[in-house]
Ligand binder design. Structure first.
Ligand SMILES: [Zn+2]
Length: 104
């Protein structure tokens, strides 16, 4: 069975996701914003990064979020950005591969 997000919390440091396999991971806000793969942030054809990293405030936070079906989260950021969809597979992959994400 695919792993899904059982619980999502906006904490002081980032987005805390409790996964259905029991793992709980903290994704720092600014880090997560920089991973956005939407068409405004990444050029679809080439994969080139369009997002100007310097334009993303250090104190950016998630203002709100929705779950997309049973496979992704979509965040509303304090910089107004809201088009990014973060598939669970991508978030789980980041948790596995990237030391910026801390899991318990
Ligand atoms: Zn984006």
């Amino acid at each position: 069975m695919a792993i899904v997000a059982d619980d999502v919390q906006q904490t002081g440091e980032g987005v805390q996701i409790r996964w259905s396999d029991g793992k709980s991971c903290l994704y720092p806000y600014r880090y997560l914003r920089l991973q956005c793969a939407c068409a405004q942030c990444i050029e679809e054809m080439t994969g080139r990064k369009l997002l100007n990293v310097a334009s993303v405030p250090d104190d950016i936070i998630v203002v709100d979020f929705i779950t997309v079906g049973r496979y992704a989260l979509q965040f509303l950021w304090s910089d107004g950005h809201e088009t990014g969809i973060y598939p669970y597979t991508m978030l789980l992959n980041l948790a596995d591969k990237d030391a910026a994400v801390t899991c318990l």
